[in-house]
Write a protein that binds this ligand. Structure first.
Ligand code: ADP
Ligand code: MG
Length: 608
């Protein structure tokens, strides 16, 4: 018989309690750094140095110039549940600091050799003893120390006394990668603080405080790369007490992984499903399938509307009004992405040029030399009348009566952002000359986006404009599909189709969307039906209307090898300029590309 051992309840030794807490908070060297730098930020440091050795396993040293810690409080700082940041429940409900649990220092101290040197900013320089040092092992006695104002915390030999945890550490290199990523994230979250990262005695990053937008953009370029920094849309949206600032990358700069997504709420680093969902949805229409957007976004809101006490490492938050936050993020970003016009994507000082001469010139202009009046763009006159005609020709191509003369007439003597068409290449690309140089347009991709945006606009209003067929025809489909047609008559009407069931497996096609007049109608209807079957019926279809319109738009477009006249090409260019999200086709591929004269000159090594 097995002897019954009665369990005896005991209070755990405080050291063990701290080690248990460390199990949650201190996962690896980078989590130590996160806690310590957050403390420095809470202490209002303006400059923070993060120094590590051997991927943070041998040494982590954080030096800040924050408010410092008084001698008597040094011991408290490393005691469990001791914090200067909250006092009562009311404080807990509107936390303004990054820390508040009073757990980090004692937890870290319980699994490493930790010491703190600190001097309060208020200590006068005339005092001989400037600061104090405490060594968490030596029974917590503070000794005098000549420290500079601020706090220096050293963490040596992480997990030296917890072999089980130590075993889980990865190579120094991997641990360092985690540290670097965290460092970047912290530096992006607090642009107005100077940061420095040192690894094995080598300075990896040295970032000055970024006080204005341009300096912040420079910091982003240093941390995330020039490509990202070169394709930013600035975000600055405010509704009631929600403010969103930062940058999102143009959809054409995208990633195979979600590895350039930085989101901060009240400057706190968070990973939040609601936020990712809102951002993903905002990019939905413009992002190539399976790719991920890049962004650095900072949301500011009333601390009382946010519960940060939901995760030991404080990665997660709970929004008290989550639906409102989701809508705010989604609609703001969606709008910002829709508003990107070609003129914003081309970095050009101005689009309006006055004369017709090439502008530079200590050299005599060609006309002076030759007496011939020279105009860079004379082949494609810009007078309103002509452009009006051109867009009508293109409108005919689109099969609509939508050409709006006011919209498509540029100011006289203005070069539109995408310039004027020169030629068509292989029936696929339109080549155009603008102020910057050469623009190459993927006709099919661009046209597809234009048709898609128009159909969305139609659908949001009265419904997609229908074109009755002179000769209706019948189409054989499966019974399930014919059932769908019967059930979803109103939906098909809304999408611009006139369909009716003829027999068990047959429908009659009376009308199709006017914009798709040239499409292969058979295939178009089959594709829409297969979308419908996939998305199911009734309410879910609403959610997928855009997908269906996008499928339809695919059918409309100027297919490759369709020869366009110069005026049709120009009209296409003007349409791109006017269309929302026109930088990408419905699948997120770019629709056009600028090759500037500088780039061309560099390629041909001109002037070198
Ligand atoms: P919390 O940040 O949740 O308060 P910590 O264990 O991280 O808990 O820190 C305990 C206390 O030590 C803090 O509340 C703060 O008063 C003090 N402290 C820690 N680091 C610093 C620092 N770098 N500068 C000034 N005070 C600090
Ligand atoms: Mg803390």
């Amino acid at each position: 018989m097995v002897a019954l051992i009665l369990p005896q309840i005991q209070t755990l030794a405080s050291h063990l309690v701290n080690q248990i807490a460390a199990g949650e908070v201190v996962e690896r060297p980078s989590s130590v750094i996160k806690e310590l730098v957050e403390n420095s930020l809470d202490a209002a440091a303006k400059s923070i140095t993060v120094e590590v050795e051997a991927g943070g396993t041998r040494l982590i040293r954080i030096v800040d110039d924050g408010c410092g810690i008084a001698k008597d409080e040094l011991i408290l700082a490393i005691s469990r549940h001791a914090t200067s940041k909250i006092r009562n429940l009311e404080d807990l409900e509107k936390i303004g600091s990054l820390g508040f649990r009073g757990e980090a220092l004692p937890s870290i101290a319980s699994v490493s050799r930790l010491n703190i040197r600190s001097r309060q900013a208020s200590t006068s320089d005339t005092e001989i003893i400037h600061g104090w040092k405490i060594n968490a092992r030596d029974d917590d006695i503070a000794v005098p120390d000549a420290s500079p104002p601020g706090t220096t915390i050293e963490v040596r030999e992480l997990f030296y006394n917890v072999p089980a945890r130590k075993k889980f550490l990865r190579t120094e290199q991997t641990e360092y990668k985690h540290i670097e990523l965290l460092f970047k994230t912290l530096a992006l979250s607090h642009p107005n603080v100077a940061f420095r990262l040192i690894h094995n005695q080598k300075t990896i990053y040295q970032l000055r405080a970024a006080d204005n937008l341009e300096e912040q953009r420079q910091r982003l370029a240093v941390l995330c790369g020039k490509d990202f920094a070169g394709s930013l849309i600035e975000i600055n949206i405010e509704i009631e007490d929600l403010r969103l600032n930062g940058w999102v990358a143009l959809p054409t700069f995208n990633r195979s992984q979600a590895d350039m997504q930085y989101f901060f709420v009240n400057q706190r680093i968070i990973k939040d499903k609601l936020v990712s969902h809102a951002v993903r949805k905002a990019y939905h229409d413009v992002m190539f399938h399976g790719r991920h957007p890049a962004f650095v976004l900072s949301l500011e809101m009333d601390a009382g509307q946010l519960d940060v006490n939901v995760h030991p490492q404080k990665h997660e938050v709970r929004f008290r009004n989550s639906r409102e936050v989701h809508n705010f993020l989604y609609s703001g970003l969606h709008r910002a992405l829709a508003d990107v016009q070609p003129s914003q994507q081309i970095e050009s000082p101005a689009f309006a040029i006055t004369g017709s001469q090439p502008q530079s010139s200590a050299l005599p202009s060609i006309s002076e030399q030759t007496g011939i009046s020279f105009n860079q763009f004379t082949r494609y006159p810009t007078t309103p009348g002509r452009v009006g005609e051109q867009s009508q020709a293109y409108a005919a191509l689109l099969q609509t009566n939508e050409a709006d003369p006011i919209r498509t007439q540029p100011q006289e003597a203005q070069i539109p952002p995408l310039g004027f068409a020169i030629a068509q290449l292989k029936g696929i690309y339109v080549l155009s000359e603008n102020l910057e140089g050469l623009v190459v347009v993927d006709m099919h991709a661009a046209h597809e986006r234009i048709v898609y945006e128009r159909m969305k606009q139609n659908a949001a209003g009265e419904g997609v404009i229908k074109q009755p067929l002179l000769v209706p025809f019948s189409l054989n489909i499966s019974q399930a599909e014919a059932d769908l047609v019967e059930e979803s008559e109103a939906l098909f009407e809304h999408l611009g189709f006139g369909l009716e069931r003829l027999g068990l497996e047959q429908v009659r096609v009376r009308a199709i969307p006017a914009l798709l007049k040239n499409a292969n109608t058979d295939q178009l209807i089959r594709d829409v039906l297969s979308d419908l079957l996939e998305y199911g019926q009734s309410d879910r279809i609403q959610e997928h209307e855009n997908e269906m319109l996008s499928t339809m738009a695919c059918h409309a477009s100027v297919r490759a090898n369709r020869l366009l006249s110069i005026s049709e090409m120009n009209a296409l260019l003007r349409d791109i300029e006017q269309t929302e999200r026109s930088g990408q086709c419905n699948h997120g591929r770019p629709t056009w590309k600028q090759l500037s004269l500088d780039q061309l000159d560099k390629f041909f090594k001109r002037g070198q």
